[in-house]
Write a protein that binds this ligand. Structure first.
Ligand code: AMP
Ligand code: ZN
Length: 460
């Protein structure tokens, strides 16, 4: 039984799917104007872990995660660099895909792009006007918040708090301070589409309402995103979708991941306290970033530091070291044991899963000293457990070959040549020479490990 903390009810609830044969989940994806930072990656990795869990328990899961490829931030970037919007969004989308693949995030089932759904957005806005939930003012179309009596259920704010929270200009064309934009006019130079209200472009919130409805239907199971999206973005998605479709909910379960923090503040572009995923991938392998992101419960804030990243890398060195001990072989997927799965079914308790794996790894290393040798059962348990988190997805050899971009250690073929030379020296009983080779490699950050099956190496 899966339990999830539902922001809508502020409680941990048993997950009851609309159709147990087909689960539908929507997660707000990136606005593609710049490289993703680690805060952005947290949402992707958290919901990827949930997606993997859902796939193990239900026959079909449709996971929609959008790309916002029309936005004022993208337009600002184009104005700044002189590039076309398409050049920026294509390049940034590719970089996003590459970065998320490095974090072992599976591609979503569908990845709608906002610009492909302008027609659907216009249709929804027309319906909102017809039903008296939206109005036109100076080329804008606005959603009229007081027209929806139970607006604000997700953020549970009063009208005054909404005004303060929205931090919006009290524009003259607004009937109420909390009203938000569905459509805005574009100048000749700005990107735009023809509409009944003149040439313009959509507001951000309507994009997700249109893409979610088209791909998942009027009501679906799970909607996710970062905590900062709860208000106004998700509140407004709910308002638009419910008022268009005449439904009582948009999605049954709303999940929000907590912030990734750097020195006590939310990591964000605007504060400038961010690390891009791309830069961090030169400091540690993608799996270390992923482990660091899953080391805290998803709903809580998570402090990030380079030290924490290095600790995650060191932990994975131990895990991959254990895989060597149990004679890693390519693995076909199997089910994790119930301890691991129960932890995940309990609102994605990833820290508990990590500590279970740590226990298993300790056991392997301890046994190595007392008995040595591989163990198929333990190997499978280790892999099945770690795969639930999207970890231990490569061979130990690949893992230990990784080196930071800035490091200029010996190349793989140089290391292999030295290992061969050392073996020859040992066979000739020239131990002074074989020790010299080992020490020389150690001085260059390469550690040799001798076992009955031969010598392996890793960068230390
Ligand atoms: P933004 O780049 O601010 O539009 O955010 C894109 C996505 O990343 C949204 O889902 C945000 O909730 C999420 N996000 C941004 N910053 C953080 C952070 N520091 N911690 C967690 N999630 C974040
Ligand atoms: Zn959204």
């Amino acid at each position: 039984m899966l339990y999830l903390h539902n922001t809508l009810t502020r409680a941990k609830e048993e997950f009851k799917p609309i159709d147990p044969n087909h689960i539908k989940m929507y997660v707000c994806g990136p606005t593609v104007y710049d490289f993703a930072h680690l805060g952005n990656a947290r949402a992707i990795v958290v919901f990827d872990t949930l997606y993997r869990l859902l796939q193990r328990h239900y026959p079909q899961v449709t996971y929609a995660r959008n790309i916002t490829d029309v936005d004022d931030k993208i337009m600002a970037k184009a104005a700044e660099t002189g590039e076309s919007i398409e050049t920026i969004t294509t390049r940034t989308t590719q970089a996003f895909h590459d970065d998320m693949a490095a974090l072992n995030a599976l591609p979503p089932t569908v990845e709608p792009r906002a610009t492909q759904y302008i027609g659907e957005m216009i249709d929804m806005i027309k319906t909102l006007i017809k039903k008296g939930h939206a109005y036109v003012g100076e080329g804008h179309v606005l959603f009229n918040v007081p027209s929806m009596p139970d607006y604000g259920q997700l953020s549970r704010s009063t009208h005054d708090e909404l005004i303060a929270g929205a931090r919006v200009d009290i524009a003259p064309y607004k009937k109420d301070a909390t009203d938000f934009v569905l459509w805005k006019p574009s100048t000749k130079e700005q990107v735009g589409w023809d509409s009944p209200w003149g040439r313009g472009r959509p507001g951000w919130h309507i994009e997700c309402s249109a893409m979610a409805a088209k791909n998942l239907g009027e009501i679906f199971d799970i909607h996710g995103g970062g905590l900062d999206l709860r208000f106004p973005h998700h509140e407004n998605e709910i308002a638009q979708s419910r008022c268009v479709h005449g439904t009582t909910v948009m999605a049954n379960y709303w999940l929000h991941n907590g912030f990734l923090m750097a020195n006590g503040e939310k990591m964000s572009k605007s504060l400038g306290n961010f690390y891009t995923v791309r830069d961090l991938l030169t400091v540690a392998p993608g799996e270390a970033l992923r482990l660091a992101l899953l080391s805290s419960h998803y709903a809580k804030p998570l402090d990030f530091s380079i030290e924490a990243l290095q600790a995650a890398k060191a932990k994975l060195d131990k895990w991959y070291g254990a895989l060597r001990v149990v004679n890693w072989t390519p693995h076909t997927t199997g089910k994790p044991n119930s301890e691991i799965e129960d932890a995940l079914l309990d609102d994605l308790n990833t820290p508990l899963v990590i500590s279970h794996i740590d226990g298993l790894v300790k056991h392997v290393h301890a046994r190595r000293i007392s008995q040595g040798g591989g163990d198929e059962g333990v190997k499978n348990e280790l892999l099945n457990s770690a795969h639930t988190l999207g970890l231990l997805q490569q061979s130990p050899e690949e893992w230990f070959r990784w080196q930071p971009a800035a490091q200029t250690g010996p190349t793989e073929s140089e290391i292999e040549a030295q290992i061969t030379a050392r073996l020859a020296a040992r066979q000739a009983k020239n131990y002074a020479e074989s020790d010299r080779i080992r020490d020389a490699l150690a001085a260059q950050g390469v550690i040799l490990e001798d076992a009955a099956t031969g010598t392996t190496w890793r960068r230390g």
